[in-house]
Structure formats: structure tokens, C-alpha cells
Write a protein that binds this ligand. Structure first.
Ligand code: IMP
Length: 196
């Protein structure tokens, strides 16, 4: 397997995933380098549904083995929400800060700590085989915005074992411990050790 198409247009993710595979001899090709694909709606009920949908559409378009991912934040006291709705929790077209505000207002008055985890499903599809790997980053939500790095829910999320929010960490620090890094590192191991 010399090449893998990555079903993402997110520059940050592309950089991170290229970096993870850089010691393998497998080159990661962002899908935009091969052609354009209309935006894929993430309307599945699970992270796996969404990751598979992305991988399948991109595989069908280019006919090359493809990797994709889907991720989000799951908060215990909210029954796992925002979950697959993480990107648009406060409604279509909402901002990261709208989403953070909605989460914090729903947690208002509930006892702390607000246990939560980021989850990523990373998935490989080549028309025959599917391989999956899940990465989790456990932590808690705090009622305060701290830090300006990262994106999404990073300013209100403190990973277990740390005092800093994800938005107060450097990108390198975050990438060392992130749910996405764990999922793609595991997927890499699976692909390097399994006939697909
Ligand atoms: P995606 O499926 O990886 O694009 O992520 C969906 C949504 O989950 C994002 O728009 C963010 O709101 C949230 N999310 C996923 N990963 C992270 C992260 O590492 N930090 C903060 N928010 C994240």
C-alpha cells in the first residue's frame, strides 16, 4: 500500500495525519489534490457512520484506498451530547463560541467535575475491507475560557492529568495526547500489520 487518500480538507488534520504516517513509506494524499468533491453531509447517528460515509464517497470517486475520520465531544452529564452534533450543536452555521456557550449553559448548576471525553473514529476503506480505530481523550469541562490555541471546545476542556486546557497547550503538546493522534496511530499499526 504505497498511497492513502485522506478524506479531509482540514489543513490541521492533514498536517497531523501526514506526520503520523511519515515513518511508514505510505504517502498520504489529501483528497483535494486529486479533484473536487461536493461537501459531504455528516448526518450519521455515530462517528463510525460518518467516517465510513466519507471514506466510501471518496473511495468511489478516486478508486484508491482511503482513510477518513469523524470526531466530537461526549459529556457524561449530557448523556453523551454534543456527540455527532459537536460541529453544529448550537445550530447550522453556528460558531465554536456558540457551541461552547450552549454546552456551558446546559451544564450550569450540575455538580462538578463535568466528566467528558473527545472521541475520534479513524477508518480505512479500500472497496473490500474496512479497518477501524478509536482514540479517546478523557478530561473535564470547566466554566471558564482559557487559552487561544486549537479550535472548537479546546478552551473549556482540561485533559486528565493536566492543569492546562487544550487551548493553552502548544499544537505539538496537544497532538501528542489527542484523541485523533491516538486513533490514527492505532490505525497505522493495524494497516502496517494486517493484510487488507
Ligand atoms: P471533526 O469531525 O473532526 O471535524 O470534528 C467535529 C467537531 O468536533 C468539531 O467541529 C469540533 O467542534 C469538535 N472537535 C473535534 N475534535 C476536537 C478537538 O480536538 N478540539 C476541540 N473540538 C474538537
Amino acid at each position: 500500500m504505497g498511497k492513502l487518500v485522506f478524506a479531509s480538507t482540514n489543513e490541521g488534520k492533514i498536517k497531523e495525519v501526514c506526520n503520523i504516517f511519515s515513518d511508514t513509506g505510505i504517502s498520504i494524499i489529501p483528497m483535494n489534490e486529486l479533484g473536487s468533491i461536493p461537501e459531504i453531509e455528516e448526518d450519521g447517528l455515530t462517528f463510525e457512520d460518518n467516517a465510513f460515509k466519507k471514506a466510501k464517497i471518496v473511495f468511489q470517486k478516486f478508486g484508491l484506498p482511503t482513510i477518513a475520520d469523524d470526531s466530537g465531544l461526549s459529556i457524561e452529564q449530557l448523556g453523551g451530547r454534543p456527540g455527532v452534533l459537536s460541529a453544529r450543536y448550537a445550530g447550522e452555521g453556528c460558531s465554536y463560541s456558540d457551541n461552547n456557550e450552549k454546552v456551558l449553559s446546559e451544564l450550569d448548576g450540575l455538580p462538578e467535575p463535568h466528566r467528558a471525553q473527545f472521541i475520534t473514529m479513524a477508518l480505512f476503506y479500500n472497496g473490500r475491507a474496512v479497518q477501524r480505530a478509536v482514540g479517546k481523550l478523557p478530561g473535564k469541562i470547566i466554566h471558564e475560557y482559557r487559552g487561544t490555541n486549537g479550535f472548537g471546545y479546546d478552551p473549556i476542556f482540561v485533559p486528565d492529568g493536566y492543569e492546562l486546557t487544550l487551548a493553552e497547550m502548544t499544537l505539538e503538546e496537544k497532538n501528542r495526547i489527542s484523541h485523533r493522534a491516538k486513533a490514527f496511530n492505532e490505525l497505522k499499526e493495524i494497516l502496517l500489520t494486517t493484510e487488507v
